[in-house]
Write a protein that binds this ligand. Structure first.
Ligand SMILES: Cc1cc2nc3c(=O)[nH]c(=O)nc-3n(C[C@H](O)[C@H](O)[C@H](O)COP(=O)(O)O)c2cc1C
Length: 158
């Protein structure tokens, strides 16, 4: 899977006490256009998964190239404040939305489907916004963070 280049997202939600929670995820894809739906795959061991199954809503925050620190923060496990120093807004249905992300989609949980040691969460897109139209995305490939460049391969045309 390391040979498949992806973007990086942070999936955010609220826990039963209303505290913002979240985790870094690259297993994200679009699913349906009409109705608009997407999916993310979360480890059964993830704390964020439990919160989403309770709150029934989540936000997919698509990170920009200058948010590697955000990706690293939200990939931490355990009792840490992942939101420390990372500003967020209250989105539709009270779901936390990361302030400076490239774009986001707030979803209602449509269904959770078992997939081995992960759950496939199908989301109904409720609200979306492109916050940084000119920003370039954060990329993950071969276990490393990377960036898109304008350099085209030899022989390719724009
Ligand atoms: C680049 C990157 C991509 C990741 N993608 C996923 C993913 O798609 N699904 C998943 O369950 N965990 C993924 N993780 C791991 C989680 O972010 C990590 O286990 C996190 O600590 C879970 O937090 P939680 O237990 O507080 O929910 C990824 C981590 C990194 C660094």
């Amino acid at each position: 899977m390391g040979k498949f280049a992806t973007g990086i997202t942070v999936i955010t939600t609220r826990d039963a006490e209303g505290k913002p929670q979240g985790m870094t995820v690259n297993a994200f894809t679009s699913l349906s256009l009409d109705p608009p739906m997407l999916l993310v795959c979360l480890d059964n061991k993830s704390a964020t998964l439990k919160h989403i199954l309770e709150s029934k809503s989540f936000c997919v925050n698509i990170l920009s190239a200058d948010q590697e620190n955000v990706s690293r923060s939200f990939a931490r496990r355990g009792d840490v404040d992942k939101f420390e120093g990372i500003p967020y807004l209250e989105g539709v249905a009270g779901v936390p939305v990361l302030d400076a992300c490239l774009a986001y989609v707030v979803c209602g949980l449509h269904k959770a489907v078992e997939g081995g040691d992960h759950q496939i969460l199908l989301g109904d897109a409720l609200h979306l916004n492109v916050q940084q139209a000119d920003a370039t995305p954060l990329v993950f490939y071969g276990g490393k963070y990377g960036y898109l460049t304008d350099n085209l391969p030899q022989g390719a045309s724009a």
